[in-house]
Design a protein around this ligand. Structure first.
Ligand SMILES: [Zn+2]
Length: 437
């Protein structure tokens, strides 16, 4: 079956600034943004009356190969090292189809909710088939061709030999990744991974300092990649948030100087970090406000979803945005930017949204404002990737009427219908927000 046909008009969409517009498209690009009612009529249009039109979310840090394994593993709740142990035990018996099926289901769930770009880390495994996950994820990327942009990072722990990293890159994975803070010698592992990226002339996306009080490698990372002209990303950066102020601000300056994209992962880090702290007062989150103020390329991802590293997760970028507001004290606009425009910038994807010349990747969501969308995460959505409507959800809800509405309906029925056998007013009514469907 072919992909859905390209759209040429998004009619009557509400933008976050309140304007109601027609958006014209040609192929995968926005060619016009006009006052509603003035766009050229088209057979390939979609009516977005009542929908807020947003730049589509992108998730710059996920683990599709691990997603949806929680129920099968049933791991104990706990911290990062416990999660790694549970995951390793499971991978010993995992097969390629298991990885591919879970990953594809997870990517489609994210697409359904609006995410049209995903960067996923892929574990290089222990045992006799270290590239099983990499092969599975290369398959999944082929399956998703035309539906969303998928970037794959080779996640090489400190015990993964170089030849397996090269093997995964030879399978078509895009970037070098790892977790130097987990190594006995974090500096040596950092330099090893960066040397591989440099040698192959590709980008790098490292799990960086994912602890409240462990190693701090980010400053050395920034110094080593200064002047590199390729995509460089540091995920998590939890330790950065707990460094003394002077040191923290110095490292943030180095991050900006080296143009490292920083990805906060609020849902997983708030879950995994801080179990050993009795008061629970110190929580895990990259210092979002300071990074934004310094002008860093800043984004946020969901990281793990329903696996040993995080039992929860709704596959919805609005959940990550909500956590940036509540736990990171960003404004709602800043939080949504971190999971959309900022995420695309970190991933090296072209800018998208309702701007002439931008990529036609949109999330149209039922509602009138960004605050309402982030707060209530409406299910009714239409997702557009590269100018094509790739997902659409419409729900119907009924709720029993409150007392005054019931009384009014009863009085109206009594007044308009004389016979005693008149039908009673219905006890339920459609919820107004979805009544138009
Ligand atoms: Zn991660």
């Amino acid at each position: 079956m072919d992909l859905p046909r390209p759209l040429s008009l998004l009619r009557r969409a509400t933008l976050p600034d309140g304007r109601i517009v027609d958006v014209e498209l040609a192929g995968d690009v926005v060619t016009g943004v006009r006052a509603a009612g003035t766009g050229a009529p088209s057979a390939n249009e979609v009516d977005l009356d009542g929908y807020l039109l947003l730049t589509a979310p992108a998730d710059p840090h996920s683990h599709l190969d691990k997603a949806r394994s929680w129920d099968a593993i049933q791991p104990p709740m706990g911290d990062l090292m416990g999660a790694i142990e549970s995951w390793r035990e499971y991978t010993a018996a995992m097969d390629e189809d298991d990885v591919a099926e879970r990953a594809l289901a997870q990517a489609l769930a994210m697409l359904e909710r609006g995410t049209t770009g995903i960067r996923s880390h892929v574990d290089v495994l222990r045992g006799d088939d270290p590239l099983l996950g990499a092969r599975a994820m290369a398959r999944v990327r082929d399956e998703l061709d035309g539906l969303l942009d998928l970037e794959l990072v080779v996640l090489a722990g400190p015990d993964v030999p170089d030849e397996h990293i090269h093997g995964a890159l030879d399978l078509g994975l895009d970037l070098v990744g790892g977790a130097p803070h987990l190594a006995d010698d974090p500096s040596a592992d950092l330099q090893r991974l960066l040397a591989i990226a440099l040698g192959r002339d590709i980008g790098v996306d490292l799990h960086t300092d994912e602890s409240l009080d462990g190693p701090a490698t980010l400053e050395e990372f920034a110094a080593t990649v200064r002047g590199w002209n390729r995509n460089v990303t540091a995920g998590h950066c939890v330790r950065l948030g707990t460094l003394p102020t002077e040191e923290r601000l110095r490292v943030i300056d180095a991050i900006v100087e080296s143009d490292i994209g920083i990805v906060a992962n609020p849902i997983t880090n708030l879950y995994l970090q801080g179990w050993g702290h009795e008061s629970g007062g110190l929580r895990g989150l990259a210092p979002a406000r300071e990074l934004l103020s310094a002008g860093a390329r800043f984004a946020a991802g969901a990281d793990n979803i329903r696996d040993p590293f995080n039992p929860l997760g709704r596959s919805d970028a609005l959940e990550t945005a909500m956590l940036l507001v509540i736990a990171g004290h960003l404004t709602i606009d800043e939080a949504y930017a971190a999971v959309s425009d900022g995420a695309r910038a970190v991933m090296g994807l072209p800018a998208a949204g309702a701007v002439v010349g931008a990529r036609a990747d949109f999330l149209a969501i039922r509602g009138g404002s960004l605050a309402e969308a982030v707060a209530t995460a409406p299910a009714d959505r239409k997702v557009i990737h590269a100018g094509r409507l790739v997902a659409s959800t419409t729900v119907s809800t009924t709720v029993a009427q409150p007392a005054r509405s019931r009384a009014a309906a009863g009085a109206a029925a009594a007044a308009s219908i004389a016979p005693a056998s008149a039908t009673a007013a219905p006890a339920t009514a459609p919820v107004p927000s979805t009544a138009r469907d």
